[in-house]
Unconditional design. Structure first.
Length: 381
């Protein structure tokens, strides 16, 4: 345990039923334990419990406190009241527009209140795609991406992408609401994907039914359309490669780990939330493509993982960590699929890569210390 506490980290979460009333309980416990060792007090709170403080400077209301939770060894999670934290770490995983709006309202007041965000979030996937596509070093690794705006846009995408389209929400989905559309003979269409509950479905419909079916599926949400990339293993299972890049104790980007995620044979995606399994990257890719191609693929993935963070920061502001997903087709071509500003870290526990699993937990606290110490130096100069 550190004998000196240099400041506090407030982890903002979306409320859930039960106790403690939030997701990622185990990660937040580990974060709290590492924080205690590094001299950072970690608290967890929901944004609706603190909105009245987001409009006034802490210095103007030094007695202001927030209701939340802390983890105590031997006692578990305890409801408590704590001073306004020095840094806010947004781990809200939205399940509704209401939750998203509540968080947006809270975050909107932070600059006025003088609070410091651990990281900004990324906007929708189309904005991220547009930013990355401006880089000549990245553009060749991005799948062509179109915005779904109705039946005409879908028809254009099917024509452009040779009768196969992959659709996904513009906002984070953990594999939910993904859809593969394939035109078949005799005017039929094969639909395959995951619904909003992340359950796998597959059905055959007549072509005239397609526009209305997709309209119901998207439910007025923003969706993107891409060519369907055949990102399957030799055994027919979908797989991708997840890298975790994080800022370290010096405030610099570093590659924490690389892992393969393999999904079920009937699925489209390999997300762990959808039943996927994490595996060591190098042996998996060597078995799939041979040692030489695997080494080339991993070198490309590591290079892109270094390029992406500063490109996104230049457009969207300071970031703290990113999960970057890559696909590899049967020819060994690398595709940059998605970037997530609120990544999970379970993959590195599943693979047994203890150094990566440890750094995945410790780096957010090392970066918090970096931010807090910068604040202290400013105050004392």
């Amino acid at each position: 345990m550190s004998s000196t506490t240099i400041g506090s980290l407030g982890v903002m979460v979306c409320r859930r039923s039960g106790f403690p009333p939030f997701a990622e309980e185990h990660y937040l416990q580990e974060l709290s334990e590492v924080g205690e060792r590094l001299g950072v007090s970690v608290f967890v709170f929901c944004p609706e419990e603190a909105p009245r403080y987001a409009v006034s400077l802490p210095s103007e209301n030094p007695s202001a406190h927030i209701r939340g939770y802390r983890y105590a060894s031997g006692q578990g999670w305890i409801s408590c009241s704590f001073p306004i934290p020095g840094v806010i770490y947004d781990r809200c995983l939205y399940r509704s527009a209401r939750e998203s709006a509540a968080v947006a309202a809270f975050l909107g007041g932070l600059p006025k209140a003088g609070w410091r965000l651990w990281s900004r979030g990324l906007p929708g996937k189309l904005s991220v795609y547009n930013t990355l596509s401006r880089s000549p070093d990245v553009i060749d690794f991005l799948p062509p991406t179109l915005s779904y705006t109705g039946s005409k846009s879908l028809s254009r995408a099917l024509a452009t992408f040779h009768g196969e389209v992959f659709m996904k929400p513009s906002g984070g989905s953990q594999g939910r609401r993904t859809l593969y559309i394939s035109l078949r003979d005799q005017g039929s269409v094969r639909l395959q994907g995951r619904d909003r509950s992340n359950d796998i479905f597959s059905r055959l419909i007549a072509l005239p039914e397609l526009p209305e079916w997709v309209s119901r599926f998207t439910a007025k949400r923003r969706f993107l359309m891409q060519p369907f990339l055949h990102l399957y293993s030799r055994s027919g299972n979908p797989f991708d490669v997840r890298t975790l890049v994080q800022k370290n104790a010096k405030g610099l980007w570093s590659l924490t780990g690389v892992a393969v995620r393999e999904g079920a044979g009937l699925g489209l995606t390999s997300n762990l939330h959808g039943g996927g399994t994490a595996l060591l990257a190098q042996p998996y890719l060597a078995a799939e493509f041979g040692a030489e191609t695997a080494a080339s693929v991993l070198a490309t993935i590591r290079r892109l993982s270094r390029l992406v963070p500063p490109l996104l920061e230049s457009s969207f502001g300071r970031l703290g960590e990113l999960g970057i997903d890559f696909g590899i087709d049967r020819e060994g071509k690398v595709w940059l699929l998605e970037v997530n500003s609120k990544p999970g870290r379970e993959a590195f526990k599943q693979t047994g890569e203890q150094p990566a699993a440890t750094k995945a937990i410790e780096n957010p606290l090392h970066y918090t210390r970096y931010l807090l110490l910068r604040q202290l130096r400013r105050v004392n100069t």
